[in-house]
Design a protein around this ligand. Sequence first.
Ligand SMILES: [Zn+2]
Length: 120
Amino acid sequence: MRRLYVVTYTERMTVRQNPERVPGITLLRLEPDGIHAVWEDGHGSHYPYRFLRGNCPCAMCVLEGTNQRVVFEKDVPEDVIALDWMQVGRYAVQFLWSDAHETGIFTFQYLRHLDGELRG
Ligand SMILES: [Zn+2]
């Protein structure tokens, strides 16, 4: 049975890790059609799996130095899903994807940015 993690978000981490004061995620759930997140300000996000995998920020997907993305949503399997995830510190989450990729660390700040992209 999958455990649901509750992210606690302290003022100290808010200042150090998130100068733009991005809220923390209080609930994250892998659902059949994507990743559901609830933020501490009450906002809800839904990320389709392939979208999030295609926006992986790791050094294999985005070249260091030039910041050029080399792996896009179209480059990953259409049916890719997240098999598992874990919390990284108090500022990010890391996913294990069904294509065996796992190096991407998605900060709350980046996830909130992607939420905005999904909403246009
Ligand atoms: Zn990656």
